[in-house]
Write a protein that binds this ligand. Structure first.
Ligand code: CMP
Length: 143
């Protein structure tokens, strides 16, 4: 079953939005396999955002994402990568549709509430970067 890495960013954690955001993915029907509140080490942040290392906003991105706790998660479900990104909305919250997470809670691109993997390859890479295999749960039975 497909897995993705989702991360509630420092802006949303500070605004007490963890429960609201987790609720949306639970209600949709996805399964939470792992979650932790953590402050990202600078080296991990640079690794996570390596594809943006030459962008003018890279320094700001790393300092923002390491500025306070994030809530890192692994979610599982059919087509979870694409569907979770639809639920998140566009990167720029002002362009994100009302009803999406960024559309409902965000105001600006550099404080856009949540990150989600954009492909199978990035999901695998990001899950490994943030979680040890033993931290990721399995659901073996329907209850
Ligand atoms: P995210 O999905 O976490 O992946 C890369 C992040 O870079 C993106 O969300 C935005 O928060 C951030 N970002 C993209 N474009 C800009 C920009 N022009 N200025 C600042 N941050 C940006």
């Amino acid at each position: 079953m497909e897995k993705t890495f989702l991360m509630i960013k420092p802006d949303a954690v500070q605004r007490n939005l963890i429960g609201e955001i987790v609720k949306r993915f639970e209600q949709k029907g996805f399964k939470l396999l792992a979650a932790k509140l953590m402050t990202i080490p600078e080296a991990t942040a640079k690794n996570h955002y390596a594809e943006h290392k030459d962008k003018p906003f890279f320094g700001d991105l790393v300092s923002f994402i390491t500025s306070g706790p994030v809530f890192a998660m692994v979610w599982q479900g059919e087509n979870v990568i694409e569907t979770s990104r639809t639920m998140m909305g566009k990167t720029n919250p002002q362009a994100a549709a009302v009803g999406t997470i960024r559309g409902d809670f965000g105001m600006v691109t550099h404080r856009n509430i949540i990150h989600g993997s954009d492909s199978l390859e990035s999901a695998e890479r990001e899950i490994q970067l943030f979680f040890a295999p033993e931290e990721i749960q399995n659901y073996t039975k329907d209850i």
